[in-house]
Ligand binder design. Sequence first.
Ligand code: TXA
Ligand code: MG
Length: 332
Amino acid sequence: MKTERIIVDPDAPDPRAIARCAEVLLRGGLVAFATETVYGLGALADDERAARSIFAAKGRPSHNPLISHLADTAAARALAPVWSAEADALAAAFWPGPLTIVVPKAPSIAPVVCAGLEAMSLRVPAHTVAQALLRAVGRPVAAPSANRSNQLSPTTADHVLQQLDGRIDVVLDAGPCSVGLESTVIDLCSSPPTLLRPGRITADELSRVVGPVAARSAVVAHGVARASPGLDAKHYAPYARLEVLSWPELRARLSAVTTKTGVVTVGDRGVSPSESLVVRALSSDPAEYGAALYEALHALDDRGCQWILCERVPDGGAWDAARDRLSRASAK
Ligand code: TXA
Ligand code: MG
C-alpha cells in the first residue's frame, strides 16, 4: 500500500483534506492524524474489520485495548451505556483535552477495540485537526499512538512515516504535537477511580474533580487492578539503550563514553557535544520538557546513538508523566 501524506494548516485545516481523510476512514481505511498529545492511528471503532487492521499495521498484540476518540462530550454520553456523574465532571473539566476516561463498554464498539474487556476508553481530543476529522466522520475512531508496537510514540508526521510508511493509507500532517506525551488515563470502573497512566493532567488535578484517585501501582499491590495490559513496564522505548541517572551520576559517566551516546538534561547543564556525545538540553519546565522529550529521543535514535543517558526529572506531580515514560523506556 502507498501511504499518502496530506499536509494541513494545524489551526485551519482545508475542509477538502478533512473530507478526504474522513472518506478513507468511513470505507474502513487507516488514517494517522495529529492530536495535541501524539499522532494517533485511526480506524472506525465500531467496525471490527477496520479496527483489526490497526493491530496488523502496528504489530500490536490483541490483548492491548485501544482508545475510542469522539468529537465532544455529547457523543460520549450518547455512546456510553453508563455515564456517571464522575465521568460528566471529568469531561466538563478536561474535555476537549489530553484525558482518557475508562467506562463500561458500549455494545457498538468492536470487541477487538477493547481487547475483549468489558470496559472501553474514551477521549475527546482538543486539536483542531482531530476535532475536524472526528466531526466529519461522525462515528467513534479508535486510535492508539501511530507507532509500531513498543516503539516511541510519534509527535510529528515524519515519525509516523518512519515506522508506518507503506502500512497505512494516509498521514494527515499537521506539524508537531503540543503536549508531546500520551493522555492521562483514568479508570472509572473502579472505586475509587484508578490512574492507569499519568499524563499532562495530573493526579492532583483529577482529585480536585472526583476526589481520591488510586495510583495504579498501589491498586496492583492490593491485587484488585483491572487488566490494562498495554501498561506493561517495557514500552515507549527508543532503539538506543536508555538509562536514567541523577545529574552527578550522569556527569561522572561523560568522560568514560566511547560509543556514540545521547545525553538528555533537564535545563542546560553545559555539556559540550563531541564526536561521541550528542546533547539535548531540554527545558526545566515540565510542560515544555514533555513537549520536547519524544522528539529528542527520536532525534538521538536517528543520529545513531547506541546509548542514551537521561537526567532524572524532578519530583512532583507535574513531572509524573515524563518520569513514567522514562522509567518504561529504561526498563530492560
Ligand atoms: O494520547 C493518547 O492517549 C494517544 C492519542 C492518539 O489519543 N493514544 C494512545 O493510545 O496513547 P495507546 O493505545 O498508545 O495507549 C492507550 C492506553 C494503553 O496503555 C491501553 O492499555 C489503555 O490506554 N487502555 C485503552 N483502553 C483501555 C481499557 N478499556 N481498559 C484499560 N486500559 C485501556
Ligand atoms: Mg502507544
